[in-house]
Design a protein around this ligand. Structure first.
Ligand SMILES: Cc1cc2nc3c(=O)[nH]c(=O)nc-3n(C[C@H](O)[C@H](O)[C@H](O)COP(=O)(O)O)c2cc1C
Ligand SMILES: C=C(O[C@@H]1CC(C(=O)O)=C[C@@H](OP(=O)(O)O)[C@H]1O)C(=O)O
Length: 383
């Protein structure tokens, strides 16, 4: 079983993740994890914070001479911005600076202070902030390398920002580089990406924000990950939950997703064929690589929609939590749009779910055991 938790406030000293369940003997490339962290920081429309941070992971447990030991792995990312927040975020002493009291609609602010009995919204927003996703991407970096070692690859691209959308069914995921392609928004169509950028410019001009949609794909997956036998073992259940756990994500589709509503069965389902060398295959992939809660061997495809960023520079109406007076919401330095960053987080969460499903099916305390079990399985299902 893979499990991990993260800790850390957005403007505290660091973010930390403790990760357990990966086998021993996995070769870890720290630079590759740092490249994932750098990809998460990019994207047109991101705010001033990303100019301050240069996220790098520090590993303080679970790895020796570049290989996992099978023991818990501790991953830390230091916040450079901490230097500017030491007084306001001190662990001890008296509160410094004025409290944040004007709750932002769409953020955790108001409900958080009610639930946790806080008088300063900062006590909530610091942890609600998606800064936390840097820790998840570091964890996902380990999971990605595990999957890489088994021949699997996870990619993502942005399909819609503020209504500027890629309208194509023929995306060839093999050609979406697993690295950041150099394009500003990780969109496969340059003309659409231009429209997305202009929409972000216009939103920024208005003091407004945008959301959008990203798509994640898992290539070269073996059939049989997840299970039909129990609700919480279904791979689609777990993938949807993991993607939905990303801050601001409000909807998930697997494969044809919501367009299934308009399709008759004859057009919805992927017919099955067999080839001596390729084995079973489908000519279409409306199922998005998952049937009956199990990977079916086709590319896994999931999409997630992100709501617009809640911090608006032209703020919405709100209430001051100390005076109960009608005010406008708090404004802080903020992203205007972060869909391409969320896509990188989506890759990480997908990698964690798929890696966990692999380890559940194939077990193994050492990476070699996992490889041997997969080899045995592949031989059996090809007979
Ligand atoms: C990568 C990423 C960056 C984000 N940046 C900001 C931001 O700069 N300002 C902001 O108000 N919200 C930002 N958000 C969204 C908030 O974190 C999110 O809306 C908030 O935590 C409330 O959670 P909910 O949207 O899931 O209800 C970001 C989300 C992600 C995934
Ligand atoms: C720090 C990150 O994202 C942050 C997510 C975020 C929020 O409210 O979710 C608010 C902003 O933080 P700050 O107030 O420091 O500018 C974003 O920059 C990051 O992605 O690393």
């Amino acid at each position: 079983m893979i499990r991990f938790i993260t800790a850390g406030e957005s403007h505290g000293p660091c973010l930390t993740a403790i990760l357990e369940g990966f086998p021993a003997g996995l070769q870890l490339d720290i630079d590759a994890i740092n490249r994932e962290l750098a990809r998460r920081q990019q994207g047109y429309g991101r705010g001033g914070r990303m100019k301050i941070e240069q996220d790098k992971v520090e590993i303080t447990a679970g790895v020796r001479f570049g290989q996992t030991l099978g023991s818990p792995i501790t991953l830390t990312i230091h916040n450079k911005d901490w230097a500017n927040w030491q007084e306001r975020m001190a662990v001890s002493g008296q509160p410094q600076g004025s409290p944040v009291t004007a709750a932002r609609p769409g953020h955790a602010d108001l409900t958080g202070v009610q639930k946790y009995d806080r008088q300063d919204i900062r006590d909530i927003l610091e942890r609600a902030s998606a800064r936390e996703t840097a820790a998840r991407v570091a964890v996902g970096g380990v999971a990605k390398q595990f999957l890489h070692g088994l021949g699997m690859n996870i990619v993502s691209h942005v399909t819609n920002i503020g209504g500027a959308a890629v309208d194509r069914q023929d995306i060839d995921y093999r050609f979406i580089a697993n690295e950041w392609t150099g394009s500003d928004l990780n969109c496969v169509e340059p003309a659409v990406e231009e429209k997305m950028k202009r929409a972000i410019d216009a939103a920024k001009q208005r003091g407004d924000t945008l959301g959008g949609i990203f798509e994640v794909a898992v290539l070269n997956v073996m059939p049989g990950l997840g299970s039909h036998v129990q609700w919480d073992r279904r791979l689609d259940t777990r993938l949807a939950a993991a993607l939905m756990s990303i801050q601001a994500i409000k909807g998930i589709e697997i494969g044809a997703g919501f367009t299934f509503a308009g399709l008759p069965g004859a057009q919805a389902h992927d017919e099955i064929f067999y080839d001596q060398s390729a084995g079973y295959y489908r000519k279409t992939n409306h199922a998005g690589g998952i049937e009956g809660g199990m990977s079916n061997g086709e590319t896994i495809v999931a999409r997630a929609v992100m709501k617009p960023i809640p911090t608006l520079m032209t703020p919405l109406a709100s209430v001051d939590i100390s005076s109960r007076e009608q005010v406008v919401a708090n404004t802080e330095r903020s992203d205007v749009c972060a869909v391409s960053a969320a896509a990188v987080v989506g890759e990480a969460m997908t990698a964690i779910v798929v890696a966990e499903a692999v380890l559940e099916k194939f077990g193994g305390d050492s990476f070699g055991d996992v490889l041997a079990a997969i080899d045995h399985y592949r031989k059996r299902i090809s007979r």
